[in-house]
Write a protein that binds this ligand. Structure first.
Ligand SMILES: Nc1nc2c(ncn2[C@@H]2O[C@H](COP(=O)(O)OP(=O)(O)OP(=O)(O)O)[C@@H](O)[C@H]2O)c(=O)[nH]1
Ligand SMILES: [Mg+2]
Ligand SMILES: [Zn+2]
Length: 288
């Protein structure tokens, strides 16, 4: 039978097919290629009561991410909020991962009720980029209809720090009551309420809720690729004096001129340069 993996729990996987959810194990030969992920389309034989069901094959993936570990998503929805303190460098890294995996991203600024200015601040940082920024509140039901419309019929993956409200958004969107958690009083960080990535189909939407995280390992990639993952830089690149241009310190760089002129966001550009430096350092370390 054909199905889609909803989640993995230890060595068991929940596979949805039609209206049913089956519990299956994965054959070792699959593991050798890649661990099965939520969003994977699979062929499986359901269990019989006494015997476990088995996943026999994973269909070729359209795309996959390492963090969060998911496959075949249509949109990566990055969630931030005024509390916990937003980590926009984390957002920038996730955008880079998404671009590299060829997954279109959107940004959801949740908890609008606590600070309505955060979304505008972020929009300004992304001046000149086509990143869609939604301003919403999961608990006050602000902007949820707009999201529902944008998400209909697509597989959405939520990602972001713990306690920004990913599960709360899912609840608001689909009328569910997944567990949500507050902030730890000691650290002002999230409590990591969601423990594993889970694909949920409800109310005509398919959303993967994922556990919050705050760190990403340094990206291992050829620094030359970096400018390709910033769409608004790609469209200016042929106007740069040097070809190819890394938009770093090269004289006559059209991207830097646009930042100086205010048509591209300065804060994002600064994060780009910092990430570029990091990618270069990691690459050098590896090929020393
Ligand atoms: N004021 C306000 N609080 C919200 C909003 N949305 C969520 N919260 C609160 O934020 C806290 C964290 O929400 P969760 O939905 O558990 O956050 P999460 O991103 O799923 O967190 P992890 O599962 O730990 O990654 C809870 O106390 C929610 O009630 C909002 O729009 N406004
Ligand atoms: Mg959660
Ligand atoms: Zn340039």
């Amino acid at each position: 039978m054909d199905g889609i993996i909803l989640q993995g729990i230890g060595s068991f996987y929940q596979v949805e097919s039609g209206q049913e959810v089956y519990t299956c194990r994965a054959q070792k030969k699959l593991w050798k290629v890649a661990a099965p992920l939520p969003g994977d389309l699979v062929q499986f034989t359901p269990g019989t009561g006494e015997e476990d069901g088995w996943i026999e094959a994973i269909c070729p993936r359209r795309n996959a991410l390492i963090r969060p570990a998911v496959a075949n998503v249509d949109v990566l929805a990055l969630v931030v909020a005024p509390v916990p303190e937003p980590d926009l460098l984390l957002v920038e890294r996730l955008l880079l991962y998404a671009a590299r995996a060829d997954i279109p991203p959107v940004l959801i600024v949740n908890k609008e009720d606590l600070d309505a200015s955060l979304a505008d601040r972020i929009r300004e940082e992304f001046t000149g980029s086509s990143l869609k920024v939604y301003s919403v509140s999961a608990t006050e039901n602000i902007g949820i209809d707009v999201l529902r419309e944008a998400f209909a019929g697509r597989l959405i993956c939520f990602a972001g720090q713990s306690a920004v409200g990913k599960s709360s958004l899912l609840n608001a969107l689909c009328g569910l009551s997944l567990e949500t958690g507050g902030l730890s009083r000691k650290t002002d960080r999230g409590r990591h309420t969601t423990r594993r990535a889970e694909l949920i189909s409800a109310a005509g939407m398919r959303i993967i809720d994922t556990p919050g995280f705050s760190l990403l390992e340094a990206m291992e990639m050829d620094p030359q690729e970096m400018p390709d993952y910033y769409p608004e830089y790609v469209s200016l690149a042929d106007q740069c004096r040097f070809q190819p241009c890394m938009h770093d310190r090269e004289p006559g760089c059209a991207v830097r001129s646009a930042v100086e002129a205010g048509t591209l966001g300065r804060v994002r550009y600064e994060r780009y340069r910092n990430l570029l430096q990091e990618v270069r350092d990691t690459w050098k370390e590896r090929y020393r």
